[in-house]
Design a protein around this ligand. Structure first.
Ligand code: HGA
Length: 610
């Protein structure tokens, strides 16, 4: 999604802004631009396409100034052209960058056109800049005009505004889209994400919903949603620049796949004590509330939704608590019934996913016992607005296609399931066995990574195809869905995930010698059923690729050409393990296809618009 970086300093801010935007590239974008106050005008440079094009333009036509705003745009209103790229200006007196959607832009645009304003873009954003200009023409100051215009906006936004009449002052605001304030020595910044500013400062304020901040090089003032001056907590954020590098890997995605053993180890360390989940993970006070839980509603989007699906199997099987999982964008629009003593739980890598946040805010009005979040970014909106946040410690995930985030989400949901078993007094002996399985996860994932070369061989076959089917059953059905999602996301091959038992109810019609069918075949109680489904595919000439647990081959290698064996070590955690070779498969297919693995077309990382 769009990225914003703005700076006011006593030095040239162009490099600060461009370097910051570079760290936000992972969010996915299709154009980039910068506006700098230079001499007696605002200089705007913008380009459709990647930041490298903007950088090349800046190398040919250098700009320099002590305050400026920059943007990477993921188009929502208007094509990804340079005319629609941000910043947008009004009469070269004010310029704006914006993340989000201004829902009431159409009537505002009409009013402004009637007043004589000429629009140069199709964006909703341009409305805001002319609106501020209009208010300034009525005699309001830059700050008064900006506050008045911002308060008129419906929808979700983060904005940064610069103005010729007050060259060193930048006004920024957030409602529904993330924005942080960074404080340096004689310089201040705002950005969509702390990582955009880690080379400049480690002092940050996370702005809250409705906040407006005014920065100059020497000062900053924050106003809350009622335009009252407020102070927000200053936090020191230490993040190493290495966490944002590719560390010698060809792609972030490959690096992140290989980081999974460490990410899981970090996520479970200190949370497992002896044979149980520690009180640090769920405090005794939290446990008191969780003891009353009779229903669990898990809400998420994309890959996180698949984590929720696996967790549903775990929670129902091991705690007996009815659990439902739902796509966030569907949940909030269907007046869901919330039974007494229900727990609401969202899962999101960034903690800024607009649909999940909207679902949380809706849930807060409907009588849930408590709201929990599982996310990877401390201080994200989801973290701050949920009653409890169970953090994953995956470290920054830069590749748009989620890998280590899912794995650590599953690790957290496994911990949560074990804690719920303890709180609801379920089978202590079994609990101990499951804790043991979870502990061995990092080593088992490491072993799965060793399969990379073998999987590359399979990728060489699959890359020739236009479609693929992924099959799984039970706990591994969500893993089949995830395998299909990953393949389509980064290789653009059409892929579907199915519960293997559904094959004969439709998708079997697609199977012929050109249809790769990838089956996830663990050693569980559904093994024999799944083997029958594999035979159904084999009988129709489908091209089978079967991932089996080393204990579950059971003659499959005699009947199927491509069998890949891994050690999934027990059924509880085996979805975590089986997901790893499927990630590698998508990765290798995408590399062979020559797609942009880390920033696949049309997709964004942190999905901050509905
Ligand atoms: N609506 C604006 C900004 C889009 C956005 O925030 N994407 O993440 C536009 O289309 O330019």
């Amino acid at each position: 999604m769009c990225g914003i970086v703005a700076a006011s300093a006593k030095r040239n801010v162009v490099d600060i802004i461009i370097n910051g935007l570079q760290t936000l590239e992972y969010r996915g974008y299709d154009s980039a631009g910068i506006a700098v106050i230079e001499g007696d005008g605002i200089t705007i440079k913008k380009q459709a396409g990647k930041l490298t094009k903007l950088k090349a333009q800046l190398a040919d036509e250098p700009v320099s100034g002590h305050s400026g705003i920059g943007h990477t745009r993921w188009a929502t209103h208007g094509e990804p052209t340079s005319a629609n790229a941000h910043p947008h200006d009004s009469n070269n007196a004010i310029a704006v960058v914006h993340n989000g959607i201004i829902e009431n832009y159409a009537p505002l645009r009409e009013q402004l056109i009637a007043k004589g304003y000429q629009f140069k873009s199709e964006t909703d954003t341009e409305t805001l800049v002319h609106l501020i200009h209009d208010y300034q023409s009525d005699g309001l100051s830059f700050a008064q005009a900006s506050h008045k215009a911002i308060r008129l906006l419906d929808g979700a936004y983060a904005v940064a505004i610069t103005c010729m009449s007050e060259p060193g002052r930048i006004i920024a605001a957030r409602k529904g889209s993330p924005l942080v304030l960074g404080m340096g020595e004689g310089e201040n910044f705002v950005a969509s994400d702390v990582q955009a500013l880690i080379n400049e400062t480690d002092q940050f304020c996370y702005l809250e919903e409705g906040d407006i901040v005014e920065i100059t090089a020497d000062d900053y003032v924050i106003y809350d949603g009622n335009d009252q001056q407020v102070s927000r907590e200053i936090q020191t954020v230490k993040m190493s620049a290495d966490a944002l590098s590719k560390d010698g890997y060809a792609h972030y995605m490959l690096k992140e796949i290989h980081e999974q053993p460490t990410a899981v180890a970090n996520t479970i360390a200190d949370r497992l004590l002896g044979g149980r989940v520690s009180d640090e993970f769920i405090t005794p006070e939290m446990a008191q509330t969780l003891q009353q839980v009779e229903h669990i509603h898990i809400i998420a989007c994309g890959t996180s939704y698949h984590a929720g699906m696996v967790a549903r199997y775990w929670l129902e099987a091991f705690t007996g608590i009815p659990t439902q999982v739902e796509i966030a964008s569907e949940y909030r629009y269907r007046n869901p019934v919330v039974p007494k003593n229900s727990l609401f739980l969202t899962i999101s890598q960034s903690g800024e996913t607009a649909d999940s946040l909207a679902a949380l805010r809706y849930a807060q009005t409907t009588g849930y016992l408590s709201t929990y979040a599982v996310c990877n970014v401390a201080n994200s909106t989801l973290d701050r607005e949920s009653d409890v946040c169970l953090l994953t410690y995956a470290g920054p995930e830069i590749g748009v296609a989620s890998t280590k985030a899912l794995t650590t989400q599953l690790a957290v949901m496994a911990l949560f399931t074990l804690k719920m078993m303890e709180i609801h007094d379920k089978d202590p002996a079994k609990r101990k066995r499951l804790v043991k399985q979870l502990r061995t996860m990092p080593g088992i994932i490491n072993q799965a990574l060793v399969l990379s070369d073998q999987i590359k061989g399979i990728a060489e076959q699959i890359v020739k195809r236009d479609n693929a089917l992924f099959l799984g059953r039970g706990l591994h059905y969500p893993i089949a869905l995830e395998g299909a999602l990953k393949l389509k996301e980064i290789s653009y091959i059409h892929a579907e995930g199915y519960p293997a038992g559904e094959l004969k109810h439709g998708p079997l019609a697609l199977v012929d010698e050109k249809m790769p069918v990838i089956a996830v075949c663990p050693n569980d109680e559904l093994l024999e059923k799944l083997k029958s489904n594999i035979e159904e595919v084999r009988a129709r000439g489908g091209e089978l690729y079967v991932f089996v647990d080393h204990k579950s081959d059971h003659g499959l290698s005699d009947r199927v050409n491509h069998v890949i064996t891994l050690d999934a070590s027990g059924s509880f955690t085996s979805p975590i393990v089986f997901n790893v070779p499927l990630q590698l498969l998508s990765y290798h297919v995408a590399v062979l296809r020559g797609t942009d693995v880390d920033q696949p077309r049309n997709l964004a990382k942190s999905v901050t618009v509905e």
